[in-house]
Design a protein around this ligand. Structure first.
Ligand code: NAI
Length: 329
């Protein structure tokens, strides 16, 4: 019998994983909240399922004695040292196809909420009950006809682009690695990053986090954005330089932002952007933070768990994996 450990996030009993791995492996939930809590607990695992609260750096991977497969229960796999896994012959997989709709809904939801000023108004009116009319949200601009720029026209970016089109927005995208022709399938013209930033009223970020995209939306990129534009990030926190974003929001260059992901989660409260978000100023900064919940629905979580466990079962049984991360890089 193999041993599979679930490093974080899941509370026991892991009945879904136990059902999918019945007869192949035992399953243990380690419930680690920090990477340091993994040492001494994963070395003899044959398979590892990890979510997002911990990472698997090289020093931990080098200590794995029997591991054949690491599955990241989710899309992004920036919390696994891929070179170390490759050096040890460990297959790394992810679950890229569980929550496309949820994240696209969340991105569009953030855009609507920021554009229409929902959250700030709610916060203020709850206390003062006035002004109970459009003065509470002025100015709001019409979304139809505005330009929606998608950075990263992959699964989620494309799903978001199609939703934005339904709002009668003009949609453009930047994606240097898109399979040629897909932009025609989606009906979304490709432009370079600077053009996208200059032309978009709403910029929505959907790239993976890697060496090339870390800090992609920094002060230079933000300064290229239209004055008064909106930024939405549901990808990975570190793709946006949050200090630079705080500057751009304070100066009014960016009129609002909807941010589901932060460079370090959970935040300590010391981060400039988080401080800005918590400040009780008048008018409130038009900034919405959500706690990395874009992926979440009960159905999505169940789909991740089933698909991740099935992937582990396939690899431990000697079958080819369905979603090795190499296919997504
Ligand atoms: P995907 O791999 O299908 O799409 C990513 C796209 O970005 C690809 O088309 C790729 O060519 C493009 N890309 C790569 N580098 C680029 C660059 N420098 N400039 C422009 N485009 C670039 O990934 P998917 O599934 O659409 O996920 C997108 C992001 O959403 C990932 O960062 C993922 O981790 C994140 N995510 C966040 C969730 C949340 O709860 N907030 C849940 C699920 C995914």
């Amino acid at each position: 019998m193999h041993r599979v450990v679930v490093t974080d996030y899941l509370q026991p009993p892991a009945w879904v994983e136990e059902r999918e791995l019945a007869g192949v492996a035992t399953v243990e939930c380690l419930q680690a909240r920090r990477t340091a809590e993994l040492a001494g607990r994963i070395e003899d695992a044959d398979g590892i399922l990890l979510f997002h609260e911990v990472s698997l750096p090289a020093e931990l991977i080098h200590r794995l004695e029997r591991c054949r497969v690491i599955v990241r229960g989710g899309v992004g796999f920036d919390n696994v040292d891929l070179a170390a896994a490759r050096a040890r012959g460990i297959t790394v997989c992810h679950v890229p196809d569980y929550g496309v709709d949820e994240v696209a809904d969340h991105a569009i939801g953030l855009m609507l909420a920021v554009n229409r000023g929902w959250v700030g108004v709610e916060r203020r009116l709850r206390r003062h009950l006035e002004p109970w009319d459009k003065r509470a949200v002025e100015p709001v601009s019409r979304l139809a006809g505005q330009t929606f720029g998608v950075i990263g026209l992959g699964r989620i970016g494309a799903a978001t682009a199609l939703r934005a089109r339904a709002f009668r927005m003009r949609v453009i995208a930047c994606d240097p690695y898109l399979r040629p022709g897909l932009e025609k399938v989606y009906g979304v013209p490709l432009v370079d990053l600077d053009t996208l930033l200059r032309e978009s009223d709403v910029v929505s970020v959907h790239t993976p986090l890697n060496d090339e995209t870390r800090g992609l939306l920094g002060s230079r990129a933000l300064s290229l954005m239209k004055r008064g534009a909106i930024l939405i990030n549901t990808s990975r926190g570190a793709v946006v330089d949050t200090e630079a974003l705080a500057d751009a929001l304070e100066s009014g260059h960016i009129s609002g932002a909807g941010i589901d992901v932060l460079p370090s989660e959970p935040p300590t409260g010391e981060e400039r952007l988080v401080k800005l978000w918590r400040e009780d100023r008048n008018p409130l900064v038009n900034l919405i933070l959500t706690p990395h919940t874009a992926f979440y629905s009960e159905e999505a979580v169940m789909e991740i768990r089933v698909k991740a466990a099935q992937e582990i079962r396939r690899v431990l049984g000697g079958a080819p994996p369905r979603n090795p991360v190499e296919a997504s890089r």
